[in-house]
Design a protein around this ligand. Structure first.
Ligand code: NAP
Ligand code: HSE
Length: 430
């Protein structure tokens, strides 16, 4: 049995998952990879931190030089997160002919070109299955199993923390803050959870998915982003009344040769399979022109599910260690136009607080009419106090019409506040 030495850069949620899996499934991994994997160094910030894990003290270091200078270490597993020094360490590793495994979507989405170019030039493998969908094998799926297809559409729940929060707010009526704290305790959230709740994390993942699915280079800043911090319990309740569930969706569609790339809270029919993806689960629904509809479902965050993807990548490297593995991501120079959000077409939920006066509903309805927005339903709720809540569901229209209407309604004297505008995707349920 051959031995291989690897180093972990980071021993947080994901690093611990990798450590545990390599220990608990040692025999299977040995049989399947042909290698006895030894973690010979672990880079951390604080050696004395309590980790609730039995790790020999001598493995820890805070000095990356000890790892990069050790030529017996063949694989670096970057699970520290952030852009720097993670990218610098990965590039240094590649230049010393070390293969790299990472779960760092932020680093890939923002610095893909240099990472893939360097791995190609240095002839080392660069694997990143844990970067999207936690334990779901979507990266290898797109890179290998689905390469026969022209992908037409990808719609996914690709952030475990926000899905956990929305699930808890919907089913247990607990507050946003409480649900976020639980997601943090369970190890789903990023070091800075703003990345999750404001949807930056989902945007990084969508960037990686769109590049793979559409063989294109995607600038992460061209992806529309809206987080879940403005979703209130009352919106969830209205959604339920109308037969919808609110999910943070990542959407990639090809429309007239342009790519629609957007991440935002979305109302979807309560009976659609994505509406029943709960807690930290993720699901990626895609359409391929050969495979048809396909949905991949699994734990999208957490130490063992993500560790499963990372260890899978380590084994892939061991199985191909002496060969050069080809990765399509950014191996081309095709840029695709990203569709302007104003051209996006869907139905809309609009909640407005207005003064409770005769004629207000009429004024607002006229504005929608002037802008070619047709109303499907309207609900007015209030207690005959000074203000009432008006909720509109529109027929399908382009976003520009909605934006123009909202601007005009905001300027009305009797309109107090546009509380929320949520896109509705009436996904087919059969
Ligand atoms: P984490 O719990 O915050 O752990 C980060 C680890 O990296 C810690 O052990 C920390 O050391 C170490 N570290 C950070 N910066 C360092 C530096 N400059 N020098 C040395 N060590 C440093 O993070 P995580 O949740 O495991 O996430 C790690 C990566 O996986 C991120 O890229 C994240 O986006 C990605 N990811 C996470 C999940 C998940 O469910 N959590 C799922 C998929 C992908 P100390 O322990 O000493 O502080
Ligand atoms: N913070 C991320 C999430 C981790 O909640 O989905 C998995 O990438």
């Amino acid at each position: 049995m051959q031995k291989v030495k690897i180093a972990l850069l980071g021993l947080g949620n994901v690093g611990k998952g990798v450590w545990k899996i390599l220990n608990m499934n040692k025999d299977e991994i040995l049989k399947r990879s042909g290698y006895d994997i030894e973690i010979s160094k672990i880079l951390v910030r604080d050696i004395n931190k309590e980790r609730n894990l039995e790790v020999p003290k001598e493995l820890f270091t805070t000095n990356f030089e000890e790892i990069i200078e050790d030529d017996s270490i063949e694989i670096l597993v970057e699970v520290m997160g952030g852009v720097e020094p993670a990218i610098d360490y990965m590039l240094q590793g590649m230049r010393r002919k070390k293969h790299i495994v990472t779960a760092n979507k932020m680093a890939i989405a923002t610095n893909a070109e240099i990472l893939f170019k360097t791995s190609r030039e240095e002839g080392v493998m660069f694997h990143y299955e844990g970067s999207v969908g936690g334990g779901i094998p979507i990266i290898h799926g797109l890179n290998d199993n689905l390469v026969a297809n022209k992908i037409e559409e990808v719609i996914g729940i690709i952030n475990g923390t926000t899905n956990y929060i929305l699930t808890k707010m919907t089913h247990e009526k607990i507050s946003f803050r409480e649900a976020l704290a639980e997601a943090q305790n369970k190890g789903y959230a990023e070091a800075d959870p703003t990345s999750d709740v404001e949807a930056f994390d989902a945007v990084y993942k969508l960037c990686i998915l769109s590049s793979l699915a559409f063989d294109t280079v995607v600038n992460v800043n061209s992806i529309y982003r809206e987080g879940i911090t403005n979703i209130k319990p009352i919106d969830i309740e209205y959604a339920r009344e109308f037969g919808y569930v609110i999910k943070l969706l990542g959407i990639i569609k090809e429309v007239n040769g342009e790519l629609e790339l957007r991440v935002h809270p979305t109302m979807i029919p309560a009976e659609h399979p994505l509406a029943n993806v709960n807690d930290s689960f993720n699901a990626i629904f895609l359409k391929g022109n050969a495979v048809g509809d396909l949905m991949l479902y699994g734990r999208g965050a957490g130490e063992l599910p993500t560790g499963s993807a990372v260890v899978g990548d380590i084994v892939s490297i061991l199985r191909n260690k002496d060969k050069f593995a080809y990765h399509t991501y950014l191996e081309n120079d095709q840029y695709r136009e990203v569709r302007d959000m104003e051209k996006v077409q869907c139905e809309y939920y609009i909640r407005i607080t207005v003064k409770d006066k005769p004629g207000v509903l009429g004024e607002i309805s006229s504005i929608f009419g002037e802008n070619n927005v047709s109303i499907l339903s309207v609900i007015q709720k209030g207690k005959r106090e000074e203000q009432v809540s008006l909720v509109f569901i529109t027929h399908s229209t382009v976003e520009q019409n909605i934006n123009n209407s909202i601007n005009m309604i905001s300027a009305l004297e009797d309109s107090e506040k546009i509380e929320n505008v949520i896109r509705i995707e009436n996904l087919a349920t059969n």
